[in-house]
Design a protein around this ligand. Structure first.
Ligand SMILES: [Zn+2]
Ligand SMILES: [Zn+2]
Ligand SMILES: [Zn+2]
Ligand SMILES: [Zn+2]
Length: 368
């Protein structure tokens, strides 16, 4: 047989469909490449779900080949899944009185109502920004798990986030979805974590400050949902609860600027948020809150200086062993004292802990 004849024979057997390349489906033509690439980190997005052509499946069954029946069934199943999701999110739209932008990933459900945000040299529109922040949330989730050697099942719940342009929307949503009102950010912590806030342009002037605000507060959500799903910030674990929020701010931005007070004071700050030199000075001048006293406080009772001290204590303990820090938090969630947790997990008495921490600060923090 000549090679030309062999090729003819193969062509007859494989019957390649020119329309779909035998995938059975083609990309929905209503979405360009850039738009589809935005969706890679998302399970659902209302912009996609609202498409009249594909009903959110992002694909159309090929009508040109033998794969058609199977492709139609799989595309229809996908549209049905998207439609069921859209109906549950539609309840929020009904309550808020307008269609909102919703995106959802493996670990987060996000309502994103900032119409645009400048990121570096680009001005992102609402849809682009929603996906950027959804991806950043997943990155934080992965970093959190890695830091504390937490297994996927250790953080059982999906977190709900609501990010608003207008204070009125935030106040309405916080009462409905976080069980309390507040003009500052409002969190629901523990088994069903929720965070809602509006972008106050004085406090959150740019992308970095918004991102850092999200990181601090989502770290609280994850810590409260992890392991025993009990928020330690209200059972005398304020130092570890706030310390972890600041730990991720410092790790990702080198700066801590978010405090969780009941009433947000716009002027709140401690040494510009760069805490190594001032904490070192506090140690040198012995201007510290004794750990025995600090470890009796809830998150909302910490002073700004105690926020910095708490951050540093956590930075030291997580640096020693992040998995052990997770075990320590679990003991606090079980409503046992910090001194027990330190002894059981790190093998240190409170006196030994304070001494070792001071040495760490003096050895590793710069004086200025
Ligand atoms: Zn085809
Ligand atoms: Zn989208
Ligand atoms: Zn479509
Ligand atoms: Zn906080």
């Amino acid at each position: 047989m000549t090679s030309a004849a062999l090729l003819l024979l193969l062509g007859a057997v494989s019957q390649t469909c020119k329309k779909c390349g035998d995938h059975g489906a083609i990309d929905c033509r209503r979405h360009n490449k850039a738009e589809l690439s935005l969706e890679t980190g998302a399970l659902y997005c209302t912009r996609m779900a609202g498409c009249a052509e594909c009903n959110g499946a992002r694909r159309i069954a090929c009508d040109n080949c033998s794969a058609q029946a199977a492709a139609e069934a799989s595309v229809d199943a996908e549209s049905a899944r998207v439609e069921a999701w859209r109906r549950t999110r539609g309840e929020i739209d009904a309550f808020m009185g307008r269609p909102l932008l919703h995106v959802e990933s493996e670990h987060f459900r996000l309502v994103w109502e900032l119409p645009e945000i400048q990121v570096g040299r680009r001005r992102l529109d609402q849809h682009e920004a929603a996906h950027l922040y959804l991806n950043r949330l997943e990155d934080l989730h992965a970093l959190f798990r890695k830091t504390f050697a937490a297994e996927p099942q250790d953080i059982p719940a999906k977190c709900d986030l609501y990010i608003w342009k207008d204070r009125g929307d935030h106040e309405r949503a916080s009462l409905k979805y976080a069980d309390q009102s507040g003009s500052g950010g409002v969190k629901l912590l523990g088994a069903r974590p929720v965070y809602t806030f509006f972008r106050d342009r004085n406090r959150l002037p740019d992308d970095e400050t918004v991102h850092r605000h999200v990181v601090h507060n989502v770290a609280h959500l994850l810590l409260s949902n992890a392991w025993l799903s009990n928020w330690i910030g209200k059972i005398k674990g304020g130092w570890a609860d706030e310390g972890v929020g600041h730990y991720f701010e410092d790790l990702l931005f080198g700066q801590c600027t978010n405090y969780c007070y009941e009433e947000i004071d716009t002027s709140v700050s401690f040494k510009g948020g760069k805490w190594r030199p001032p904490v070192r000075e506090m140690v040198v001048k012995e201007r510290l809150t004794p750990f025995a006293e600090l470890a009796r406080k809830n998150s909302t009772n910490l002073t700004t200086q105690e926020h910095a001290q708490s951050w540093s204590l956590c930075e030291y303990l997580i640096g020693l062993d992040g998995a052990k820090f997770g075990a320590l938090v679990r003991i606090l969630q079980d409503k046992r004292p910090s001194s027990d947790a330190l002894r059981e997990v790190y093998g240190m008495t409170v006196v030994q802990f304070e001494e070792a921490w001071r040495k760490h600060v003096l050895a590793t923090y710069p004086p200025r």
